[in-house]
Design a protein around this ligand. Structure first.
Ligand code: TPP
Length: 348
């Protein structure tokens, strides 16, 4: 996207998108550090994929729904989820909105984010079902479903797209092709030239966009979201991008890909590219950029300190929120747990 492109976004909206990307990048670094320090269990970093996630999420209205995978922290930031909620979740402290359940996965009804499922691709048919319910209730919301290139090799992807092609619920399938499914390179994932081309077989529109260009991601997602809202049916978007970091904090990418490849993709860093666009539009300069990074870093440091001061989760919450009303064996386990805890632990 060149600086003369008509985005339909105001200057303030363009700057907000950039800010979200900077917050995402810096929060990602904090979460990696906190994991290395033993304070966060696991983190799936999004470095390099901020344009795909922030750009697409900005195409949604507050009433739309996100059905993510496990890497979508930048999407939550773009949805306006407070940083404190994301940190409370990652640190599993007493304010964790998911009470320690579903390790490393975020979700919250208030922000229209449905908790992800860790089995790869399992969220795709669920997202179609969710969109079917919206359609049957004649609501105006749209579902944005995120998954990776690896998920497209699962039966779930094909069944879900086939169903969506026939019934046309309001859904956008947003596939981030970050070139790897852990150590499996995209060239071994499929013999097809692209993921977008697979849409054709299901009678769905497929778009392939530069996933490191935030405006290309925003504009393609907006087009797909508007079409879905008009009753025009689903779209599959393939955002071609690159995971600059490890798959998760439990992975070492140097074992399966050359350093030079990462360096090549670093030259296409989505933050640097969007910064150049904003400078060309005369909305930004290096001094403002340095100030923004400093301000975001200070904000995150305060947020991390606050989150770390909160007490840990009470052990008994692990047995809460599993069933609407507790069956006998959960009641038994609750009783057993209470008996095994000291008074001090119960008071927590
Ligand atoms: C059904 C299933 N098989 C294997 C795994 C282990 N696993 C977790 S993430 C992942 C790779 C997924 O790659 P992709 O869909 O491209 O998404 P990315 O992690 O690159 O964002 C695998 C194999 C799993 N969680 N679920």
């Amino acid at each position: 996207v060149t600086e003369s492109v008509e985005t339909g976004l105001s200057d303030n909206q363009l700057l907000q998108i950039y800010r979200d990307m900077v917050v995402a990048r810096r929060l990602d670094k904090w979460l990696m550090t906190l994991q290395r320090a033993g304070r966060v269990g696991i983190h799936a970093p999004a470095e390099g994929q901020e344009a795909a996630m922030v750009g697409s999420a900005h195409a949604l209205e507050p009433g739309d729904w996100v059905l993510p995978s496990y890497r979508e922290v930048p999407v939550y930031i773009a949805r306006g989820v407070p940083i404190s909620d994301i940190l409370d979740r990652s640190l599993c402290n007493s304010a964790d909105p998911l009470k320690g359940h579903d390790f490393a996965i975020y979700g919250d009804k208030r922000y229209h984010v449905v908790p992800a499922s860790v089995p790869v691709g399992a969220i795709i048919p669920v997202a179609v079902g969710f969109a079917m319910a919206i359609m049957m209730r004649r609501e105006k919301a749209v579902v944005m479903n995120y998954f990776g290139d690896g998920a497209t090799s699962k039966g779930d992807f094909h069944e879900a797209l086939n169903f969506a092609g026939v019934f046309k619920p309001p859904i956008v399938f947003f596939c981030q092709n970050n070139q790897y499914a852990i150590s499996m390179h995209f060239s071994r994932q499929t013999a097809a030239k692209s993921i977008a081309s697979k849409a054709e077989a299901y009678g769905i529109e497929g778009l392939r966009v530069d996933g490191n260009d935030v405006l290309a991601c925003y504009l393609s997602a907006r087009k797909a979201v508007e079409k879905a809202r008009r009753g025009g049916g689903p779209t599959l978007i393939e955002a071609v991008t690159y995971r600059l970091g490890p798959h998760t904090t439990a992975d070492d990418p140097s074992r399966y890909r050359p350093k030079e490849e990462e360096e090549e993709w670093r030259k296409r860093d989505p933050l640097s590219r969007f910064k150049l666009f904003l400078i060309a539009r005369k909305l930004w300069d290096e001094e403002k950029d340095a100030r923004l990074h400093e301000e975001v870093e200070d904000m995150l440091r305060v947020e991390v300190e606050r989150a770390e001061q909160k007490p840990p989760l009470h052990p008994k919450v692990i047995l809460e929120d599993v069933y609407a009303s507790d069956p006998w064996y959960i009641l038994d386990e609750k009783e057993e747990l209470e008996e095994s805890l000291t008074d001090a632990e119960m008071q927590q």
